[in-house]
Design a protein around this ligand. Structure first.
Ligand code: SAM
Length: 191
């Protein structure tokens, strides 16, 4: 899949991706998989999911336009950064999220490797997997193999960088066509 131009998408992103109902559903499901405490949200986008979480969130994203919205929701807590090169010390973060990112990344391995670097031992990474598959299943079509965020691929990448599967969840894409159920995967950095 070609990555949308989020500098353009930003203006209509929230309304076209389910708005607050989708964000609240995602935030609730993510929270059940995370340890207590703050979280680093990689690809925070407009901050609509991060702001729905009941904990401090620091967000990074590549798109200035998306960050323009996020900075209003999370004042002083967002920065422009690449998920593949985070401005964060190694072994320093207890929780990282990446919602609707890996399916966009031709090099999703670079994201998983970087998340593994910044997580402290016992820290948890929660990400979406199988996003396109969720849309296809909701439409009544079979999932297609080979997606960048295919669960088996993300699990294998996690294993390569010391992250073991520790949980799973899902959230309903309210406001999306056919309201897909988007899977979440939790990976914990080995002690
Ligand atoms: C589908 S949006 C998801 C936003 C948010 N997580 C959500 O669930 O609403 C994907 C986001 O990933 C960001 N992005 C794409 N590539 C990135 C990268 N290499 N590093 C950081 N953010 C990136 C885009 O700018 C966009 O904001």
């Amino acid at each position: 899949m070609t990555m949308p131009d989020y500098e353009v998408e930003a203006a209509r992103y929230d309304e076209s991706r389910g708005g607050q109902p989708r964000a609240r559903a995602a935030a609730t499901a993510i929270e059940t998989l995370l340890p207590a405490g703050p979280v680093l949200d990689v690809a925070v986008g407009t901050g609509i999911v991060a702001a729905a979480m009941a904990r401090p969130v620091i967000g990074v994203d590549l798109s200035s336009a998306m960050l323009g919205h996020a900075s209003r929701r999370l004042p002083g807590r967002v920065a422009r950064a690449d998920a593949r090169s985070l401005p964060v010390a190694s072994d320093s973060v207890s929780a990282v999220t990446a919602i609707w990112l890996l399916h966009l990344m031709p090099d999703s391995e670079a994201v998983v490797r970087e998340v593994a670097r910044v997580l402290r031992r016992g820290g948890v990474f929660v990400c979406t997997v199988d996003k396109r598959a969720a849309h296809r299943l909701a439409e009544g079509n079979p999932a297609l193999p080979g997606a960048r965020d295919e669960r088996s691929r993300v699990e294998a990448l996690g294993a390569r960088y010391g992250l073991a599967v520790s949980g799973e969840g899902s959230f309903v894409g309210y406001g999306q066509d056919y309201e897909p159920v988007f899977p979440l995967l939790a990976l914990t950095k080995k002690q």
